[in-house]
Design a protein around this ligand. Structure first.
Ligand code: KG4
Ligand code: ZN
Length: 331
């Protein structure tokens, strides 16, 4: 089955073509850089860019895959969660093609899309397993009992890890998005420079909280001179990154152990982080496997949406013209 996946839930205008849920024929991603100027995503600007760019991105995805709309067996589009004005652009486009050409489509939950990024490249990733979606909007730990059957074990009470990266990068005078900027600054830093707090949220809890960590960085910086911050930027970035990675790794591996899972899948934008990957490798128990998608599949992309749509379409599931965008859609 040949499926086009369309993703416009936030600031990536993206489309990809996937064959039989596993083979990526194209994965075109336009990361809207204009938001760096504002230090965060401006929803109105993001939706307007989706409107002007989406058709071109889809044409590119189709031509790189060497297929035409006519060849598609189905389409998949993120219908939530995300910024409603952004979601509506992708959804309306796909619905229009569905109406005009009769190609079946399925509205994908963005979080399930991230989970399928783990499956796309890694045939050995089996169900059940424990999965973490760590992104700019989410920090969700799941027991993937089967594909299509997820048990949410815990999520963040406040900020998502990517959001914390973005906010702390701002405090440190680094660029946006904060994740890559902090990771780069941390390369020359000492991760033991200062021990920032790690919220436990109670014994055996799979809940996360990152706003206290962000506040701790902010309080620490309050009485520091600009020169000190400039000199110590790498150390502060490394210490902050260590605190986030420590919590994500600890809780995810604890969940795997408690549920008797030997496979773990880490997805979402924060899964790009090399220190996070390294720490999982260092701490995973003997015999356990931790799967990370390649970097382009961690952050928002159309291929993961296509892979997820393929799964649902193959089960005969279809969305109709009445489907609406749902900003707080849960999984
Ligand atoms: O999954 P994603 O593209 O969008 C959401 O669904 O939120 O994730 C974007 C987030 C941003 O907050 C960004 O700072 C973070 O992923 N990110 C990283 C890295 N690359 C992107 N965080 C840590 N380290 C990175 N290398
Ligand atoms: Zn995402």
């Amino acid at each position: 089955m040949l499926v086009l996946g369309v993703e416009t839930s936030c600031d990536e205008t993206a489309a990809g073509v996937v064959r039989n849920g596993r083979e990526i024929l194209s994965n075109i991603i336009l990361s809207q850089e204009i938001h760096a100027r504002y230090g965060g995503v401006v929803p109105e600007i993001a939706s307007r860019i989706h409107i002007t760019e989406l058709v071109g991105i889809i044409e590119k995805a189709l031509s790189q895959a060497g297929v035409a709309l006519d060849d598609l067996d189905g389409m998949a589009v993120t219908s939530g969660p995300g910024l409603v004005g952004c979601l509506l652009v992708g959804l309306s486009f796909v619905k229009s093609v569905h109406l005009a050409m009769g190609i079946p489509y399925y509205g994908v939950n963005h979080l399930e899309g991230h989970l399928f990024a783990g499956r796309l490249e890694h045939a050995p990733l089996q169900v059940p397993h424990v999965a973490l979606v760590a992104s700019g909007g989410h920090s969700n730990l799941y027991l993937v009992e089967d594909w299509g059957k997820y048990r949410l074990l815990g999520s963040t009470r406040d900020d998502a890890p990517g959001e914390a990266f973005d906010k702390v990068a701002k405090l440190l005078g680094l660029g946006y998005p904060g994740g890559p900027a902090i990771e780069k600054a941390a390369e020359v830093g000492d991760r033991k420079f200062i021990k920032f707090p790690r919220a436990q949220m109670g014994k055996d809890s799979y809940e996360f909280s990152f706003s206290g960590l962000k506040t701790a960085v902010s309080v620490y910086l309050q009485d520091k001179s600009p020169d000190f911050i400039a000199d110590q930027r790498g150390d502060l970035a490394a210490s902050f990154q260590e605190a986030i990675a420590d919590v994500l790794v600890r809780k995810t591996l604890a969940a795997a152990e408690n549920f008797g899972m030997v496979q773990v899948s880490i997805t979402g934008g924060v899964a790009r982080n090399r220190r996070l990957r390294e720490l999982f490798d260092e701490r995973k128990p003997i015999g356990a496997r931790v799967f990370f998608p390649s970097p382009a599949l961690c952050t928002d992309n159309g291929a993961m949406i296509a892979a997820c749509g393929d799964f649902h379409l193959a089960r005969g599931e279809r969305s109709g013209l009445e489907l609406n965008a749902v900003p707080y859609l849960e999984l």
